[in-house]
Write a protein that binds this ligand. Structure first.
Ligand code: FAD
Length: 220
């Protein structure tokens, strides 16, 4: 950036937050802005990597919060961009295995094995817990019954299901506002394609490259 150049707005970081903020400002007539990005690319933690000839996501891989009352802007953008996504069915399983066509495979077997493993682990932990504190703990565990985690097992499960993945405890606003469905992004262009689509609505681009001097890469 030319040190003599003055901007009214400096946005630090060209991840989805920075690009979205710049887009909203530009759409509202604030053109006098610059986005400083420390790395050599936009996208931040939305990033793909070539692995064995296919694109894999290193960062964000799912669009969470679909099917609710409010429209999720990320989901709307994904649809507009024709991003290839597949429904993640967590009704019986914590993780889904997909075949190349995006079909969940083999749904019954994966779900059953996972359920059995979880049930047996919970049962073991429950009896260990009962041994530890002598409490009469019910063996039938129902996730839906948990309002606030209290026991060590509930806290551990809550950590894995919520804090570790979502960095927040329930209720999670994404699911409350936008719905509970989740879609896996499986697109060769990467999840980051959305960022480029967003950027090209207000930054000058040519042949897929952002050539606008309001985006300064390699600039901390
Ligand atoms: C492994 C992983 C999996 C994830 N899975 C999902 C998922 O499935 N679904 C989902 O919705 N979310 C997921 N997330 C979270 C999601 O990726 C982030 O919430 C989102 O990308 C954050 O965007 P951001 O713009 O706020 O920050 P970032 O993407 O971190 O962008 C910040 C940018 O600022 C730049 N920067 C920082 N400091 C400076 C500085 N001083 N000067 C210039 N530039 C600077 C950085 O280089 C970076 O490009 C995942 C994250 C990770 C890491």
């Amino acid at each position: 950036m030319d040190s003599k150049t003055r901007y009214n707005v400096i946005i630090v970081g060209a991840g989805v937050s920075g690009i979205s903020a710049a887009k909203v400002l530009a759409e509202n007539g604030v053109e006098d802005l610059v986005i400083l990005e420390a790395s050599d690319r936009i996208g931040g933690r939305i990033r793909k990597q070539d692995f064995g000839g296919v694109s894999v996501e290193l960062g964000a891989g799912w669009i969470a919060g679909v099917g609710g009352k409010q429209a999720n802007p990320v989901w709307e953008l994904a649809n507009k961009s024709g991003l290839r996504t597949f429904f993640s069915d967590y009704s019986n399983a914590r993780y889904n295995i997909y075949d190349r066509s995006g079909k969940i495979f083999p749904s019954g077997m994966a779900a059953d094995s996972y359920k059995k493993a979880v049930e047996s682990a919970i049962q073991r932990l429950r009896s260990e817990e009962a041994n530890c504190n002598g409490a009469d703990v019910a063996m039938n565990f129902d996730f839906a019954q948990i309002s606030a985690p209290k026991t060590p097992i509930e806290l551990a499960i809550d950590f894995i299901l919520h804090d570790f993945e979502m960095a927040e405890v329930e209720p999670i606003s994404t699911y409350i506002d936008f719905g509970e469905r989740e879609f896996l992004v499986a697109d060769e262009r990467g999840f980051e394609h959305l960022l480029y689509r967003m950027a090209e609505t207000f930054l000058f681009t040519s042949e897929g490259q952002i050539l606008d001097n309001r985006l300064q890469l390699n600039k901390v």
